[in-house]
Ligand binder design. Structure first.
Ligand SMILES: *[C@@H]1O[C@H](CO)[C@@H](O)[C@H](O)[C@H]1NC(C)=O
Ligand SMILES: *[C@@H]1O[C@H](CO)[C@@H](O)[C@H](O)[C@H]1NC(C)=O
Length: 357
């Protein structure tokens, strides 16, 4: 009996039992800061296991052969600096930083984020749904990949084209299907998330919404010409943020500020993010990027990455799509995807109960 119990307990407590090789991280931080000044590293206490939860299998960052190539290619002078947040100030989703917690759902985050931004941009700010990561993550199935273990960013956009995506904000938030993984608290044991099952209903508190009626669709999904800086810039400049993928090495978890480039550390996996603009800092060209690791990562959730050299393959598989605008009777007050005070109280209570029993 005892043995049986242990078997079940072991996976859940593995991060207590397996010692956290943190000392290497401090040495890594010192090394990064001593060999270059483009970006600053600070010590971030994170276990190897949690590092892996935050990324996906590296295979998913590769573009697929038969994917359609599209996007705006208009030869024209482009500004030296561009920030989608300034270009479309009324689109609040562009400024949002989400949190994927311990599920490798970055591919669905990047997709839901650019879809939300693009609906707002195309509608001149009159429609601002926060698109659900949960719906894409749980319902796209094997055509996208392996859920929390990773998926293809372009397949997520194709799912939006064919099946549509409902609304849904952060964990405990509003919309039809908010995210189901709570952010992992510092200093607690984080257990790897398993892909949620596909549901075709909306949460109860989302009134007057039927799952099918809440679906927002796209009319196209395409990849940009691989490794073309101009293609990426032109697409963002005209149509808004794009989803990009790159290789994540251990040093990236220690990023604090500046223009990131790979310095040192093992490859951990692949990651998908949202590029919202570009610029130059300290003589170095960069992409301005929104991560989905919460606002405590990097520069309030954002980071900059070296531009023009396909750093960590960031320019190799960039995707985007066009929204099909239709009237969903968008409401601005309670459809912004953020957690309501009611949800906050409920969530706190549930957490308390969890620890009590
Ligand atoms: C932004 O929203 C405000 C208030 O709704 C409106 O007056 C303004 O024209 C909008 N600006 C743009 C650029 O759409
Ligand atoms: C948004 O504004 C542009 C330029 O004023 C206009 O051409 C377009 O029809 C507008 N789109 C919507 C959906 O209102």
């Amino acid at each position: 009996m005892r043995l049986l119990y242990l078997i079940f307990l072991l996976p859940a407590c593995s991060s207590f039992i397996v010692p956290n090789p943190a000392p290497t991280s401090r040495a890594l931080v010192d090394h990064i800061n001593s060999v270059q000044t483009s970006w600053l590293a600070v010590h971030n206490d994170i276990s190897d296991e949690e590092m892996r939860f935050k990324v996906m299998d590296v295979q998913f960052i590769e573009p697929q052969e038969d994917d359609p190539v599209g996007g705006e290619i208009v030869p024209e002078p482009l500004p030296d600096t561009f920030d989608s947040r300034d270009q479309w100030p009324n689109c609040s989703s562009i400024k949002m930083i989400r949190n994927q917690a311990t599920c490798g759902s970055c591919w669905a985050f990047g997709a839901a984020e650019i879809i939300s931004d693009r609906i707002c941009i195309q509608s001149n700010g009159s429609q601002q749904p926060v698109i659900s990561v949960e719906d894409i993550l749980s319902c796209c199935g094997s055509s996208c990949g392996y859920g929390c273990k990773g998926g293809y960013s372009l397949e997520a956009l194709k799912f939006w084209n064919s099946k549509g995506a409902v609304t849904g904000g952060d964990y405990g938030g509003s919309g039809c299907q908010p995210y189901s993984f709570a952010p992992c608290k510092k200093g607690t044991t984080c257990v790897e998330g398993t892909t949620p099952s596909c549901k075709t209903t909306c949460q109860k508190s989302y009134q007057n919404a039927v799952y099918q009626k809440d679906k927002h669709f796209g009319t196209s999904a395409y990849k940009l010409v691989s490794k073309s800086v101009v293609a990426i810039q032109t697409e963002i400049y005209h149509n808004g943020p794009v989803e990009a993928s790159f290789k994540v090495y251990k040093d990236f978890y220690q990023y604090e500020s500046g223009v990131y480039h790979y310095v040192s550390g093992d490859l951990v996996g692949g990651h998908a993010v949202k590029i919202i603009g570009w610029g130059t800092e300290g003589g170095e060209d960069y992409w301005l990027i929104a991560n989905s690791w919460g606002t405590s990562f990097g520069e309030k959730g954002f980071f900059k990455m070296r531009r023009g050299t396909n750093e960590c393959q960031i320019e190799g598989n960039v995707v985007a799509g066009v929204a099909k605008l239709s009237d969903h009777g968008e409401k601005f007050d309670d459809d912004d995807g953020s957690a309501s005070p009611y949800n906050f109280v409920l969530c706190t209570l549930m957490t308390l109960l969890y620890y009590l029993y």
